[in-house]
Write a protein that binds this ligand. Structure first.
Ligand code: EPZ
Length: 413
């Protein structure tokens, strides 16, 4: 399946973000610890969520989508699915290490999958769980946990989002108290902690670099609405900027994307904020900007490809440095096929803006590369074919419909 876009139209109107993919996924892993049903509300049925549902179902948990709600009903068997064949289909399969070991005292999981954006090691996950008392070994491509987290202290060598989430989940049902130092501070970590606390857990300090977790004996299923997807929202903000349109994005806490908003202002966008509505008007003469991605609250790596698309049609030379996933530049060659003037020096892209891109047949190598190419197609003169949108569909719910509602000429072919 591909997207066919006839570019050159300005986008105007209102768009609403879904619940954040990167909150929903760890929450699904944590939900298997609860006695009774959990309902995740406003949950997008995107491919990563559907695949994560299959993963937790392989561990004896029932999942069901009713409308926009995802219902998760764990089983209460003593040693259920801790070692069922777990799929590698999504990066967050690694979070089943923390969830299964907390629930069953043991876990056997494969190395995780995920977008091809550079190495996806799990050494920080494994060290954190070991520091917190878990007994973990790596055998024949599997990660084997024979003893759960018991409490303790760990210092993360890098504020890894996934490792922070794995440690919090594993510690939430441990016997003692766990302290995670150097934790990731992303809003999605705050969502996970709020969810676990709603179920009866005791997680403190989420959103800061020191997170304390006191394990509890039982957690109880509840209804929870994750925060909105700041990366999805940011993508639609750039859609307005790259087409010179006027768009209102509803639902996202502006403080969760403040680094992006600052760059959009550098690009000469006009931005107004009213409660949870961000109003953006694309600049008439877009200006180059420079950024370095980094752990929250720095500029998010998940918006780097989209920023490159905007830089490609912004006057002057933009310098975009990627410090989280250093090889996350599959989009550069594709943007150049559309007339961009981008050059790559290791982990840094130097992009000289052009007036307009031209349509071309391009390939969505990964989720955010796909998003960047759709944005470039909205600006380009002529027709752009973004091939293989399966990666895009992992993280964007009905992107074509949302863009068409803003006036874009985009169809699924
Ligand atoms: C999460 O991935 C997100 N995915 C990613 O979003 C996001 O780009 C990333 O955090 C950074 O914000 C989900 O939440 C499902 P990390 P994660 O562990 O947890 C290295 C998207 O587009 N590292 O913070 O895998 C790693 O190689 C996706 O929505 C180790 O070296 O990211 C990377 O260089 C893509 N060892 C850096 O840390 C480890 O054990 C950040 O990784 C773990 C990570």
């Amino acid at each position: 399946m591909d997207f066919k876009i006839n570019g050159g139209r300005t986008l105007d109107g209102k768009v609403r973000a879904e619940s954040a993919k990167n909150s929903v996924l760890p929450i699904m892993a944590a939900a298997i610890l609860a006695d009774g049903q959990t309902v995740i509300k406003n949950c997008p049925a995107i491919a990563d969520v559907v695949n994560m549902a299959k993963i937790i179902e392989s561990c004896g948990v029932k999942t069901e989508f009713t409308g926009k709600n995802l219902i998760i009903t764990p089983e209460n068997s003593a040693d259920g699915g801790f070692s069922k064949e777990i799929s590698k289909s999504v990066r967050t399969s690694v979070l089943m290490l923390g969830a299964l070991s907390a629930k069953y005292g043991k876990a056997i999981i494969p190395y995780p999958g995920g977008c091809d954006i550079g190495g996806r090691p799990v050494d920080i996950h494994i060290k954190a769980l070991k520091d917190l008392g878990a007994n973990i070994s790596e055998e024949d491509g599997l990660i084997v946990c024979t003893e759960p987290v018991k409490g303790g202290k760990t210092v993360l060598s890098f504020p890894s989002v996934g490792a922070t989430e794995n440690a919090i989940i594993a510690a939430s049902a441990a016997d003692g108290e766990s302290v995670i130092i150097g934790a990731a501070k992303e809003p999605e970590i705050v969502d996970l902690a709020e969810f676990i606390n709603l179920l009866g857990g005791e997680v403190e300090g989420a959103g800061t670099s020191v997170v304390r977790v006191r394990g509890v004996k039982r957690l109880f299923g509840r209804e929870f609405t994750p925060s909105f997807d700041r990366i999805e929202a940011g993508t639609y903000l750039i859609a307005a900027a790259i087409t010179g349109g006027e768009v209102e994005v509803k639902g996202v806490k502006p403080e969760n994307i403040s680094a992006l908003l600052a760059k959009l202002c550098d690009n000469t966008c006009k931005i107004k904020i009213k409660n949870d509505i961000i109003y953006i008007r694309g600049g008439r003469r877009r200006k180059a900007f420079s950024l370095t991605t980094g752990p929250y609250p720095s500029f998010p790596t998940d918006m780097q490809a989209q920023a490159c698309a905007l830089a490609a049609v912004s006057g002057g030379v933009s310098v975009i440095k990627e410090s989280v996933f250093r090889k996350r530049f599959h989009h550069i060659a594709e943007l150049n096929n559309m007339g961009a003037k981008a050059r790559l020096y290791g982990d840094t892209a130097e992009i000289t803006g052009v007036m307009k891109l031209h349509g071309a047949e391009v390939y969505a190598h990964d989720l955010r590369c796909g998003a960047a190419l759709v944005l470039a197609g909205l600006n380009a003169e002529g027709t752009t074919l973004v091939k293989d949108i399966s990666h895009l569909e992992r993280g964007y719910f009905r992107m074509d419909e949302k863009l068409a509602a803003l006036g874009a000429d985009i169809v699924r072919v």
